[in-house]
Design a binder for this molecule. Sequence first.
Ligand SMILES: [Zn+2]
Ligand SMILES: [Zn+2]
Length: 414
Amino acid sequence: MKILTISHALPQARYQRCPQCDTLFSLPDVKSNESAHCPRCNARILNGRDWSMTRLTAMAVTMLLLMPFAFSESLVSIRLLGTNISATLIGGIYQMAQQGNVITASMVAFCTIGAPATLVASIAYLYFGKRLGMNLRPVLLMLERLKEWVMLDIYLVGIAVASIKVQDYASITPGPGLVAFISLAVLSLVTLIHMNIEQLWHRFYPQPQPQISPDRLRVCLSCHHTGLPDERGRCPRCHTPLRHRRRFSLQKSWAALIAAIVLLIPANLLPISVIYLNGARKEDTILSGILSLGSGNVPVAAVVFIASILVPFTKVIVLLTLLISIHFNCEQGLKTRIRLLRVVTWVGRWSMLDLFVISLTMSLVNRDQLLAFTMGPAAFYFGSSVILTILAVEWLDSRLLWDAHATGNADYTD
Ligand SMILES: [Zn+2]
Ligand SMILES: [Zn+2]
């Protein structure tokens, strides 16, 4: 890790403002195994890892070839009441749409099929678009946001959890699609780790260092370029409006957070899954499902507890204290809370785990009156709440926190 230094003495230095706290500093050169962090808030500014477009395209082509098998071949199969039933990713989503709720099924479909397919398509677009001289800006802007929505790794853990849950009713065997799915999940992870979007921007749209006082420089929150707005007030590199602070950041963040808190109530009180066993109906809330899982397998129950209860509630509480502290200029433990927010943001996507498990279990355990598993109404509220907390973090301009800290007076206008 390199610590950056603030030096106004070097006119040739490449200046950068931290997109999270607005500190101005000059960038050092970073080697491939190093990363550079902001001296004030410790946000990662530069990452040395960088793959060429050729390598990224090779990965995208491999992922494209694996996708049909990973999505439509059997992942696991069980022998239940004399018949073989196999679960596929698409089959699980189809069951969810048919018996449960189309919106919840779309959430699962987006995170497991839509986002990975968009990743592959975006890399292909960059590769060919560059040769054809097309506008690459929208794709580069989208790629930065797409990262946290590719949830193949979480679905993989979901397969394991669903298998352990279903083991009570039937013996389970891995299917032929599982190898393709594991390969796809690993490839997508490796690609996302090595795809350096900052470097791609730099390569496709190089910008000259403006020869002015560095104090007038602004950082673009969309592409992290530090420079002056063009004559239309836009970022010269990505063409999004370059403002002093993001507009309506607090209003949007509050709206998403309050909606997420309200949705967490039915998500935890209503049943999330319903099992019909020999005609008897048994409903499970998130908590009772974890408790019954815990009686058989404590580590798996712990994983589901962290993903479905601990992380969503911690995230909501941390966000709430951060938003309140902007209004009241409270600066106690700001660094700790921001660090905590980064951790819960990083693990926040794991909250979708429970929905993936439900979708898989629905396609496995479905024998009409004898034994059936369906989704309860809480699944929709829970999924919406998770997505809203991801958006609340995305919409919060964290520089407002440091403004309140520095001046004791929050100024959140343009
Ligand atoms: Zn910073
Ligand atoms: Zn920009």
